[in-house]
Design a protein. Structure first.
Length: 299
């Protein structure tokens, strides 16, 4: 790695010991010849947008972002198309982008992964509909998926990590059905009754559960999964359908495309990359191929 100016954007509430984190990252960067390090901390009012804009204005050579998927999403959304490479240091509950890019969850190993790694272009996904235009890197969910995230308490996530989502899932297995019209590219719309609908740019969840097993961050398409168990007793078979790719499960459907529109009959809960957003009825996702430059472990 050769970089004279690096910006580090960190979500401070995700660090148990911020001073130790700063020393570790500074040492790693200086050991690789970085001459100038600019530090930025996200706030409750700004998850990283203004900080990323400052990094762009300063024409930095690399942006290191340390936080959960929500912080990473905001920073990557601002840097999309900028040609500035992004190094992700996972520090959240899910860390799904880092997991899917093969970046270690251990800080020192992750620093080696991204600072000594290679650059790779990945897709981001533009979001519109009855919400402000935005983009995501990991997944957007409607229905049960959003309820699980919304109802996993922060204190529980701090104590048990992503297992908090498992606990929240068990509380919501009987989440109300949503009625949704799905339009993919120029194909005729289809209607489904589902517990949840998830659009993914990547496909693997925590514990290596392949929610969207064919999804790749750099394939120029987005993937959709519809989970539609009619009753709680259907969940075990559905989970088996997620884990075993060849298992045919009628309560699980997957689709792919470049543009996906979801229109629900009633207002539904929604999330982007692990952060809940305003409930609504219309969500449009369109892939923006190769729009984000990230650093990944060397093969």
């Amino acid at each position: 790695m050769s970089s004279s100016h690096t910006a580090v954007i960190v979500n401070p509430i995700k660090q148990v010991d911020l001073d130790t984190f700063r020393r570790t990252v500074t040492d790693a960067l200086e050991a690789r010849g970085v001459e100038k390090i600019s530090w930025f901390e996200t706030t409750a009012d700004d998850a990283g947008a203004a900080m990323a804009q400052e990094a762009i204005a300063a024409a930095v050579d690399l942006v290191v972002v340390a936080g959960g998927d929500g912080t990473v999403r905001v920073v990557c959304a601002e840097l999309a198309g900028s040609e500035i490479p992004i190094a992700v240091l996972p520090a959240g509950t899910g860390n799904l982008l880092a997991r899917n890019l093969g970046i270690s969850l251990d800080l020192e190993t992750a620093l080696d992964d991204v600072l000594d790694g290679t650059e790779q272009r990945i897709d981001s996904v533009l979001i519109s509909g009855d919400l402000p235009d935005d983009r995501f890197l990991v997944m957007a969910g409607v229905g049960l998926d959003a309820a699980i995230i919304d109802d996993a308490p922060d204190e529980l996530k701090k104590r048990v990590g992503w297992a908090a989502y498992v606990i929240s899932t068990l509380k919501h297995l009987n989440h109300p059905v949503i009625r949704v019209q799905i339009t993919i590219d120029d194909r005729p719309p289809v209607r489904r009754r589902a517990r949840t609908v998830v659009i993914g740019n990547v496909g693997t969840l925590q514990a290596n559960i392949p929610l969207l097993p064919d999804a790749r961050a750099d394939d120029g398409i987005i993937d959709l999964v519809v989970l539609a168990p009619r009753r709680v007793s259907h969940w075990p078979r559905l989970v088996l359908g997620l884990v075993v790719k060849r298992w045919r499960e009628r309560h699980l459907e997957r689709f792919t495309g470049r543009r996906i529109q979801l229109r629900t009959d009633e207002t539904a809960r929604r999330e982007l990359d692990g952060d809940t957003i305003d409930p609504g009825r219309v969500l449009v996702a369109e892939v923006d191929p190769a729009s984000v430059l990230v650093r990944v472990p060397a093969t």
